[in-house]
Ligand binder design. Sequence first.
Ligand SMILES: Cc1cc2nc3c(=O)[nH]c(=O)nc-3n(C[C@H](O)[C@H](O)[C@H](O)COP(=O)(O)OP(=O)(O)OC[C@H]3O[C@@H](n4cnc5c(N)ncnc54)[C@H](O)[C@@H]3O)c2cc1C
Length: 510
Amino acid sequence: MYDYVIVGAGSAGCVLANRLSEDPDVTVLLLEAGPPDAKDNIHVPLGFLKLGKTDVDWDYSTAPEPFCDARRIYLPRGKTLGGSSSINAMVHIRGNRRDYDGWGIPGWGWDDLAPYFDSNLLPAEESRSNNPMSLAFVDAAVEAGHGRSDDFNGDEQDGFGMYRLTQSGGMRASTAVLYVHPVIERPNLTVETYMHAHRVVFENGRAIGVEASRLGEIHRFDAEREVILCGGSYNSPQLLMLSGVGPAEQLTMKEVEVILDQPAVGENLIDHPSVTFVWTTTEECSLLVALEPEALTQFEEQQMGPLTSNLAEAGGFVRVQDDAPAPDIQYHAVPVQIVDEGLSDPTAHGMWISPCLLQPESRGSVTLGSNDPHAKPIIRHNYFAAERDMDTMIKGSRLLLDIVGQPSLAKYCAEPFTVPAGTSDEDLRKHVARNTVTLYHPVGTCAMGSVVDADLRVQGVEGLRVVDASVMPMVPRGNTNAPVVAIAERAADLIRGREPARREQAPAVV
Ligand SMILES: Cc1cc2nc3c(=O)[nH]c(=O)nc-3n(C[C@H](O)[C@H](O)[C@H](O)COP(=O)(O)OP(=O)(O)OC[C@H]3O[C@@H](n4cnc5c(N)ncnc54)[C@H](O)[C@@H]3O)c2cc1C
């Protein structure tokens, strides 16, 4: 018997495991379906290129996307200690004050979360790679008339610059490294890897434990105080549904006993769709240089150079719609040729640059494919179901082509590799439909205000919370790891019954 059973050792779960076990009188169990984070490719930043479709990836795909040429779009998710923070691109963005104030949930506005953005353990280091192509992308944006930004987490989000990274000394700083490894010896903290949770066990409407399996053997873990789901935006709703909390009709069809009819579970799926543009060049300076022996020496001796690259080294935030109150498009510039969603090796030096839609109106869903806990959920993102989303992406794509046409990028974006046939709206629309990928930021499927309350308790049952990206009612303007960590830090205070911090007049990102 444990006080708290946490399911999922990802960005949120690792934070909670650390904070809850700070109290020596409390016992905490952290369950993780994947292996320990032992691979070098997790910790050497550039190595994450090679983690897709390995044993540390859930390897999901969308159902055929109706507005993206009916393609199934690959959706990697971390399946190891650290979860997606062990396989992500390490871009550190807090988001915009409007994002959190816009949720309209008491206790989760910008002034409530700002102290947790300040006090969490995530570093925000400057890049140690600084590829010339990334620097040229920022220069080209300035040549095209945009502002330069030294820090997207500063007073203003708009502008172009180099991203700050969740790295420490040139190594990935996952939540496992920051929050779990240093406290793994605490006698009141137990971490079980390769332990796949099947369902939450209920008694008289109260969550009393978790059933899980390792290597085919079923285990039961009881929770005296609470079960806390931290499985992420695809797996937490799946686990709720497997446990009988979800849309009753759907559960009954899958032969799952209904504990609570809650139609909102799995709905409201929101992500940042991102569109691939690639050019190649004869300049031999892309991240392919990481394969040369000097790169390894530089990394081993100084922890600098291309092996420390997070791929998305540079980027920017812009407003392309006249009525946008804050940035509506974010760019990521990656100084390497990306082929086949990154799953095939580059064949030439080149560059991937992508606009991503920050505030989509389109909504998708996660539903049960089967009552088998090892089966993949059905994920429909419905990217671009809303026409305004397509219109914003077309504008963002045209703005990108303008930047690429500036002198600083001429020698790097020399030959088109994956580009639209022309610049008409129709050409850009076709390109978007054919080349949209995920920017890996799904949220919203167990949202505050519908599935969970403002204390992240699952409404309608006892003893159960969800703490991860799925509780965000809307995706913030930016990458989602730091927001999830801030949410988990605040959740830890709520769970421990401590007065949450609040900062009056926290500096605003506008
Ligand atoms: C490839 C990629 C690149 C990204 N790049 C960036 C970036 O540069 N910057 C940024 O800010 N964000 C980035 N993100 C997004 C960011 O990492 C996520 O938003 C964040 O990690 C989500 O945290 P989470 O706690 O909700 O879920 P996760 O971190 O995904 O954690 C969920 C955990 O639960 C475990 N789990 C799930 N189901 C079960 C089960 N049934 N039993 C036991 N364990 C289970 C999983 O294995 C996993 O460890 C990226 C994500 C990916 C995948």
